[in-house]
Design a protein around this ligand. Structure first.
Ligand code: ATP
Length: 149
């Protein structure tokens, strides 16, 4: 087999949060038959800004509309695309978003499920270290802004 070629992808996503009584909850999605829990995100389309992508992907994957209140950070990981024998380096931009409207029952077919969880539960469930780092940064950012209760 010829050696793997390389490509790059850029995605964008968000940590959408809301207050539930005295607790802050965030929405995460499950994929791969419920085996993986991830932050909602997707590829930045041609002509789209990462902000627009983040709002669109969060709406599509969780059923929730949000308003961006700041940037959280970026993560980068590598994965292998079998059918293309290609190694892909993916960068994902993440934004902090305040919940505006919508319901997680309206998530699209690209994910198996979407749920609201308290920060601590979401941190335990999330599958990848990069997503966990973003959740931790989001929690710290909310504390800084005094939106932690
Ligand atoms: P997108 O949602 O950006 O359109 P996709 O669903 O096509 O992308 P990814 O979610 O990037 O693809 O998944 C590609 C591979 O990378 C899968 O094997 C997935 O399990 C893995 N993966 C997903 N998120 C991460 C992460 N944060 N860190 C490391 N690996 C990840």
């Amino acid at each position: 087999m010829k050696p793997a070629s390389l490509k790059r992808q850029t995605s964008s996503g968000g940590v959408i949060f809301k207050k539930n009584n005295d607790e802050i909850e965030v929405a995460i999605v499950s994929v791969k038959g419920g085996r993986n829990w991830c932050l909602p995100k997707g590829l930045v389309d041609k002509g789209e800004t990462p902000e627009v992508t983040a709002v669109r992907e969060v709406r599509e994957e969780t059923g929730l509309s949000g308003r961006i209140i700041g940037k959280i950070g970026d993560i980068t990981y590598w994965y292998y695309i079998k059918g293309e024998n290609t190694k892909c380096r993916k960068t994902v931009h993440f934004y902090l978003m305040e919940y505006v409207s919508g319901d997680t029952s309206q998530h699209d077919f690209e994910v198996d499920n979407a749920f609201w969880f308290p920060f601590k539960t979401a941190l335990k469930k999330i599958s990848f270290k990069g997503d966990r780092t973003i959740l931790e940064k989001a929690e710290a950012k909310l504390k800084e802004m005094n939106i932690n209760k």
